[in-house]
Design a protein around this ligand. Structure first.
Ligand SMILES: Cc1ncc(COP(=O)(O)O)c(C=O)c1O
Length: 450
């Protein structure tokens, strides 16, 4: 490692960071993380904190997961790369595909298509959805529906279905034919409806209305996160996703569950679709599939969709899509080890238990800190606190406020994430009770500095 002076002097000098202005990284130098163990990270100054961000919702098994590290090293030694484009395959990806098929059997998924990350997985599902309709004679279905507040990565397709202007405006014009439905966000919504069940019904009505307006026969797919994540952790009422599924089925629209965050236990269920009892047509995964140790993703494809592709030999079902790193053997080996370890440790149960602890904790913090306007969570280890200038008017807190909360919480022992007016918590699923208590204590101190 280069010495501290070199790292500090050159921090952000020769790179641009995602999701911030280059000038901001120069004015507010990023924290330089140099090592990690269990659920804790250490910065260049030797300050160790609990990582309440979990890397970026991906290091679900923490930083000391030896089985995944060993699988990666062993695979690098034996076969560091081979493509799975037409005509070749590798042993690791075959083994993984059988393991994923078992894992997602309860969701009705039977095939995998591999990618290098979440954005690629979204792009893949969007493209395959259009192709599905072309194969079975409905070429007019090309539009996409999605939720406002949704996050689907920043590729052009993903950004076009994204529901947040921050990822859109500077890059417009985006893909034509993408339309957005109000999110089931009880704290703020165009219906002024605070009751989650009634709000879910209103959002479903808006979905039906949009379908009628566009014409069902023009719509290829609806993409949604089972629990909106990066948009501020917005768990819907349990009736919402089943309602979307029923509407999609009635109208011949494919349902894409973007589970880049929610797959593999984060919500306290093995998948977000299973949490709500829904069987989508595609499930997009990435992130925790390799515990964040290798860039990798998989789109899971429902048996019913696979049947349409596999029955066609006219040429329409030839997949003109793929990435150099689709099915990368090192990523596949990491994922095989990771899947087994997640199940051995039953991380969905620990996510539920630690999630309940943090959920109670942040509700208590809301009572003692007026700056907290809303707290959201209650489904595993994805939680948020929305900060406001004033509770009655719900005016969002000034930009400097969450930054101050974050800095003070970091000093007090926890790395938390700021996204707009929201503080987001997405720690590893193997978080201990003691580490969860550290997060709550650090948050308390952070909010006191608001
Ligand atoms: C739901 C969802 N979809 C897609 C993505 C994009 O994934 P990636 O950043 O790996 O491209 C993310 C990333 O946070 C996500 O949360």
């Amino acid at each position: 490692m280069k010495d501290i002076n070199f790292l500090k002097a050159n921090n952000a000098r020769s790179l641009w960071h995602p999701m911030t202005a280059p000038s901001d990284s120069l004015k507010n130098p990023p924290t330089i993380v140099v090592s990690a163990r269990d659920c804790r990270i250490t910065d260049v100054d030797g300050h160790e904190v609990v990582d309440a961000v979990g890397g970026l919702w991906n290091v679900n098994l923490g930083y000391s997961c030896d089985v995944v590290k060993q699988a990666i090293t062993a695979q690098l030694e034996r076969l560091p790369y081979y493509s799975i484009f037409r005509g070749t395959s590798n042993d690791a990806v075959i083994e993984l595909s059988e393991a994923l098929r078992d894992f997602f059997d309860a969701d009705g998924m039977g095939r995998a298509f591999y990618t290098s990350g979440g954005g690629d997985s979204v792009e893949t599902a969007l493209r395959l959805a259009r192709q599905y309709h072309k194969i079975h004679g409905e070429a007019g279905r090309y539009k996409y529906l999605s939720l406002k507040k949704g996050y689907h990565g920043t590729h052009f397709g993903g950004a076009s279905v994204n529901g947040n202007a921050n990822f859109r405006t500077a890059y417009e014009p985006l893909l034509p034919g993408c339309f957005h439905i109000p999110a089931p966000y009880a704290y703020r919504n165009p219906f002024n409806e605070a009751d989650p069940a009634r709000l879910a019904q209103l959002c479903l009505q808006a979905l039906e209305d949009e379908i009628a307006f566009q014409g069902a026969g023009t719509i290829a797919a609806m993409i949604m996160e089972p629990v909106l994540g990066a948009g501020g952790v917005i768990p819907p009422h349990p009736s919402f996703m089943p309602g979307v599924e029923a509407i999609c089925r009635r109208n011949g629209i494919l349902l894409i569950a973007d589970e880049v965050i929610t797959a593999f236990g984060r919500t306290g269920a093995w998948s977000g679709s299973r949490l709500w009892g829904v069987k989508p047509d595609f499930i997009c995964t990435a992130k925790a599939i390799t515990n964040g140790y290798f860039p990798f993703g998989a789109v899971m494809i429902a048996e019913s969709v696979a049947a349409v592709f596999e029955a066609d030999d006219s040429g329409k079902a030839a997949i003109g899509h793929g990435y150099t790193y689709s099915g990368h053997p090192v990523g596949a080996a990491a994922a095989v080890a990771c899947l087994a370890e997640m199940q051995r440790l039953d991380v969905r149960s620990s996510a539920a238990a630690r999630g309940a602890q943090l959920w109670q904790g942040i509700n208590r913090l809301k009572e003692s800190h007026r700056v907290v306007g809303d707290v959201r969570g209650g489904h595993g280890l994805m939680l948020a606190l929305e900060l406001v200038a004033d509770r009655d008017s719900k005016k969002p807190a000034d930009k400097a406020v969450p930054a101050r909360v974050q800095a003070a919480a970091y000093e007090a022992g926890a790395m938390i994430r700021v996204s707009g007016p929201n503080i987001i918590l997405s720690p590893p699923l193997v978080l201990t009770e003691a580490d969860a208590a550290v997060i709550l204590d650090a948050l308390d101190k952070g909010l006191s500095a608001a």
